[in-house]
Design a binder for this molecule. Structure first.
Ligand code: ADP
Ligand code: TRP
Length: 333
């Protein structure tokens, strides 16, 4: 069977270079490989944390603009919104009835998220990985390019697929493989090398957003935390912040951390930071301009892309859900 790639991002705020180098850049590059590609804006997932309705709608359009500006080509990939394809929520229920609670209790992201503000803990946060499994399995995805933090969820999707296949005695679902970027699997915060760069971190200085101006990139890298050890050495254990900057440089330049180390070992921290800023500006500036253009002037185009994608997604998802219903004893008309 040919390769099917599926991935998604929650429309919950502005995207950053962790999302780009860790996930979306891989999606764009893979479009040339001859695989079928499905890139979803997972708006149902975004409801797991309280969001103002207008902000959510805007985030969906912004995320669509970001996908296209990062090089996702709607001629080569199906770009769609999750919520109008009702099969996602339906399959989630069926899979939820076959997922042992013990498997969900192991999910580290659930444990982290439920520690934050206990008043906001809801069933959706707990069942989120089952919805993600439905997103993947509906499309018979063979490959799911994501950052390191999502790997455990894909392993759960594999376990669920294997369990359901075993139970119904047929190869109902394809078993997906996670695909994680090498240097950028886990881009860390610019303020704390032990924290992941994240949309939801309170300090904007912790991340480089895909819409940051050249000056903002310059100032954020200039203020990025380092340490007092002289010289540039790649030592993730003892120098997490410096190691993170080296990995970001490596991801942006397509080289390895040891090549970066060799090139900048003798240079001062500020020379390295200038070079890193230049690399980031070269990648971010065209994306930023593309997002702005599409988001400000191309709304009708974005909506048309999403609508077209939705139609294509529904065809595939509808077929899979009918097979699943038959297999579990619900008739599918
Ligand atoms: P965030 O954690 O910032 O809210 P999402 O959870 O929406 O981002 O992640 C969208 C995609 O980007 C996922 O594939 C995720 O693994 C990837 N990703 C998010 N943050 C990072 C990061 N710091 N480094 C690498 N990949 C990341
Ligand atoms: N849970 C993912 C995240 O927070 C987003 C997501 C939802 C996803 N469904 C997916 C990613 C399916 C890959 C495939 O980043």
């Amino acid at each position: 069977m040919s390769e099917r790639v599926l991935s998604g991002v929650q429309p919950t705020g502005r995207l950053h270079i962790g999302n780009y180098y860790g996930a979306i850049r891989q999606w764009a590059a893979g479009q040339e490989s001859g695989a079928e590609n499905f890139f979803c804006i997972v708006d149902l997932h975004a409801l797991t944390v309280p969001t103002a309705p207008e902000a959510l709608r805007e985030s969906v359009l912004y995320t669509a603009a970001a996908y296209l500006a990062c090089g996702i080509d709607p001629q080569k990939s199906v770009v769609f919104r999750q919520s109008p394809v009702a099969e996602h929520a339906e399959l989630q229920w069926i899979l939820g009835c076959m997922t042992p609670l013990g498997w969900l209790n192991r999910m580290t992201q659930f444990k982290e998220k439920t520690q934050r503000d206990k008043q906001l803990n809801c069933l959706g946060l707990y069942s989120y990985p089952v919805l993600m499994a439905a997103d993947i399995l509906l499309y018979h995805a063979t490959r799911v390019p994501v950052g390191e933090d999502q790997k455990q969820h894909i392993e759960l999707a594999r376990d669920i697929a294997l369990a359901v296949n075993g139970r119904v005695g047929q190869e109902l679902f394809t078993i997906p493989e996670p695909a994680v970027a090498r240097e950028a699997a886990r881009v860390m915060s610019l303020r704390d090398g032990r924290e992941k760069m994240s949309k939801s971190a309170p300090s904007d200085y912790s991340r480089i957003n895909l819409t940051d101006s050249d000056d903002e990139i310059f100032f954020k890298i200039a203020r990025a935390k380092t340490d007092s050890i002289p010289g540039l050495t790649y030592d993730p254990e003892n120098r997490p912040e410096v190691a993170n900057l080296i990995r970001i440089y490596a991801a942006a330049s397509g080289v390895t951390p040891s090549q970066v180390e060799a090139e900048y070992e003798g240079a001062g921290a500020s020379a390295f930071k200038h070079a890193l800023t230049d690399r980031l500006v070269a990648d971010v500036a065209p994306i930023r301009d593309g997002i702005r253009r599409l988001y400000d002037d191309g709304r009708a185009h974005l909506l048309a892309v999403l609508r077209e994608g939705e139609g294509k997604a529904r065809e595939v998802a509808g077929r899979t859900l009918r097979e699943v219903k038959e297999a579990v004893g619900l008739w599918a008309e």
